[in-house]
Write a protein that binds this ligand. Sequence first.
Ligand code: ADP
Length: 547
Amino acid sequence: MKKEGQTTWLSVNSKLIRPLHNESDVPSVLLTMADITLQKEQQIKLRESNALRRTLIDSLPIGILVVDNDMNIVALNRPFCKMFKIDEPLKNLIGKSCLPYRKAILRNWGTSTFSEESILSDGKAGTKEFETLDDRTLKQGYFPFYHDNELKGHLWTFEDVTEQKMMDREILFAKEEAIKANLAKSEFLSNMSHELRTPLNGILGFSQLLELDGALTEQQRKFVLEILKGGRHLLDLINEILDLSRIETGKLKINKERVRVKDVINECINLVTPSSREKSIVIQSTFLDCPKNEILVDVIRLRQIILNLLDNAIKYNREGGKVTLTCGMKEGRLIIHVIDDGIGIPISEQERIFDPFYRLENHQVEGAGIGLSLVKQLILLMGGDISLKSTVGSGSDFSFWLPVHQTENQVLKDHESHEILQKARRDIHKILYVEDNPSNLALVKEILGAQRGYELRSATTGQEGLEKAKESGISLILLDIHLPDMTGFEVLDKLKQNDLTNHIPVIALSANAMQADIDKALARGFKEYITKPIHIRSFLRLVDKYL
Ligand code: ADP
């Protein structure tokens, strides 16, 4: 220890120069001292560094093995010993050949992938996976190390990836199962939709016809409206379920039509009025800047959006509350607000309520949590957006905008639009309807029978349809897709192959409403695809288009 408190390391060497011959002799010794502080400090540092390296490699979650060019072990860590089931102390292994330890656990040792020659991977860094005798999978990384351009040794890392492999396999299996289940779901939805739409076509079709009948008493008209309302609600439910699956698969398409927004809004308000009355809720609407002309918009989707928002504004409102609906137009955007003074939504939840199946838990109202997510997806798909302002206890204001084009023409007055249906035609058009369901057949007969200028022929099988199509003067064919003897596609192909019938436009009429079915039919050569239940006005408009 020096005066300043510094430590100096000295190496002391002593050498006896004059040996003792008798007791009185004084020995002579040569003492040499060298300052070795620097070496000593380096030694300590090296020891510390070795201890750190040891701790470091032992604490790694992967096994490490380093060998020299003769495959003798230079370094290794505890995880490696654990993976290779080696019990000996680490220090005993240094200098030993690594090969017996590898052979002891490898399943395919000796094959071309794993042999003494191949484990060095031609001196190139890389990874491999191998199976052990006890069914584990180890992932091996190889790194050669060079010093002064000379290969000095080899380092391997080992990782037990058994669980990860198993999970990968399970995920793959689950994915395959999910794909299968999804296909089954789509098929189920398509079938269910078809089965429900067919009877609904009768319910909605005949009640629409009755609604147009001027001879009904006021009470009978009310009854008819109730049937229509119930039927439409059922139809909406079916459509909502189908939409969810279409959105999931990215197959939802937007179809624009000309409509008067005010009519759509009033129709929606009428639909929800009975449920609002049950809670003594008043619905008000203001159409200050509402477009007066018809606009081009997907009316089914618009109705769906407004109905969902109105439904919620009533469901999550208090007894005797108020709902206000406003409609305006600004810079090419249709803007609609649905405002309630109900329970409101906490700020923290305002984004999440648009997630599928997300519901707030603090109320007793029933629901599935799909309405708002469907609304948002639809609005985004139509190029618009939805926003929400809400205060707990005071109410909510859901507002959305859609880009819309106003058409040139003022919309027809209601009594004029009725006249479309009764428009006098100079010619008589023969239409052939191929359909096996008597109720559907009777409905179309009634719809066209109420018009002037149409003569309906019918056939209940594909074969009969093909025969009747050859009769002279058939100007349009309405064709069901599911016929008892052949599919509508087969009938269409045969019509196209025959010179007597290949010029006649053919419209598909089907209860299959999946977009894939519609696309398939249009691609095969159907002029149009009408889904049941038939909307009478749109149906007549389409029929007119091809005559
Ligand atoms: P559902 O009504 O079937 O639960 P929605 O997707 O329509 O599904 O709504 C999701 C959640 O958002 C509802 O469960 C409700 O908690 C909340 N919510 C929706 N509209 C309103 C509203 N007008 N006022 C208060 N809460 C609402």
